[in-house]
Design a binder for this molecule. Structure first.
Ligand code: NAP
Length: 315
């Protein structure tokens, strides 16, 4: 496994990370345990979670599986501020990027993860109702307290990320070291603004849905029903986002490109993202240990500049 620096920190994370939004939802504790053990076996040290995944179950399962024995081997990222958490009954302050919600939720995440620190704490999304200074100060306090070691943002636009950056910088507060948007061979909106902004401000970009939720694994076929047990079989609307003529045609070309070089299209999806200088790690979700192993193998494929240019032509 290769490890790269996270933003301008000294922290090294594995180029292949593990997304954990399937834990406690699509997969139960026993299946989660197998996936996590395989993750450690492969040398993957970067876990991506959120307080909302599996309504808290994902953090809980991670805490139970890692225990005190393995906690320090892993870099655990989790998030706050996506949806309402807490209750019942749901109250007006159980959401967003307020000091109130952040301080309440961090304690719950620490408890579920069974740890006294979170390596990387993300604001899950921009909160237009809360002043960014309030959010950045609350996160800065968490770093000073030792409960959180590094901070990041997710689903921010470029202007929001830069607004947060300058707010923190002008007040001498700890700053975001990375941003986490959706980015893959089929969803590339971030290339216009966010990628150049991340480069300029020295932030890493950690893509989510690197496999386009499984579309880029080649498990789905145009005109056929999604296979039993796959994500799109359970969530047809998610599939519709990717199932269009342009993407099917592109998938065919990418499969040929990867196949001619003895690789799978999912390996290409990871290798292409890791070919970008702002991307230190890709977080792929997995429901089975075999998927973790397959994804870890992609870390060994480095695309040449000619190959990157050839793919750019296809895109
Ligand atoms: N910040 C945010 O707002 C946000 C939003 C979404 C996700 N995320 C993060 O990003 C992570 C990754 O996203 P994701 O898991 O949803 O999507 P993804 O990595 O694009 O796709 C994961 C799906 O691909 C399939 N898969 C993975 N490896 C495979 C392999 N080797 N062979 C065949 N199929 C394979 C599995 O599908 P099956 O389930 O069909 O087996 C898995 O559920 C999440 O776990 C989460 O941590 C963050």
């Amino acid at each position: 496994m290769e490890y790269r620096r996270l933003g301008q920190t000294g922290l090294e994370i594995s180029t292949i990370g593990l997304g954990t939004n399937n834990f406690g939802g699509r997969i139960d504790f026993e299946a989660t345990k197998k996936v996590l053990h395989q993750t450690m076996e492969e040398g993957i040290n970067f876990l991506d979670c959120a307080n909302t995944y599996g309504a808290g179950k994902s953090e809980e399962f991670i805490g139970q599986v890692l225990g005190k024995e393995h906690r320090h081997e892993m870099i655990i990222a989790t998030k706050v501020g996506a949806g309402a958490m807490g209750g019942p009954p749901p109250g007006p302050n159980q959401k967003g990027a307020t000091r109130h919600h952040i301080m309440t939720e961090v304690e719950k995440s620490l408890k579920r993860l069974d740890t006294d620190y979170i390596d990387l704490y993300y604001m899950h999304r921009w909160d237009a109702d809360t002043p960014i200074e309030e959010t950045m100060r609350a996160l800065d306090d968490l770093v000073h307290s030792g409960k959180v070691r590094y901070i990041g943002c997710s689903n921010y636009t470029a202007w929001q990320m830069v607004e947060a950056f300058w707010t923190a910088k002008s007040q001498n507060l700890y700053n975001y070291c990375c941003v986490q948007p959706e980015y893959s061979l089929v969803i590339r909106d971030v290339e216009k603004e966010l990628v150049p902004a991340a480069e300029k401000y020295g932030m890493s970009l950690i893509p989510f849905f690197p496999l386009a939720s499984g579309f880029l694994t080649g498990k789905y076929t145009q005109g056929e029903e999604p296979p039993e047990g796959t994500r799109f079989a359970g969530s047809p609307n998610m599939g519709n986002k990717y199932f269009n003529d342009d993407n099917w045609s592109l998938l065919g070309k990418l499969q040929s490109f990867a196949g001619e070089r003895g690789h799978s299209v999912s390996e290409l999806a990871f290798a292409w993202l890791l070919g970008s200088p702002v991307v230190p790690s890709v977080i792929a979700g997995a429901t089975k240990p075999e998927q973790v192993t397959a994804n870890a193998q992609a870390a060994g494929w480095q695309l040449s500049s000619e190959e990157m240019a050839e793919i750019r032509e296809m895109l």
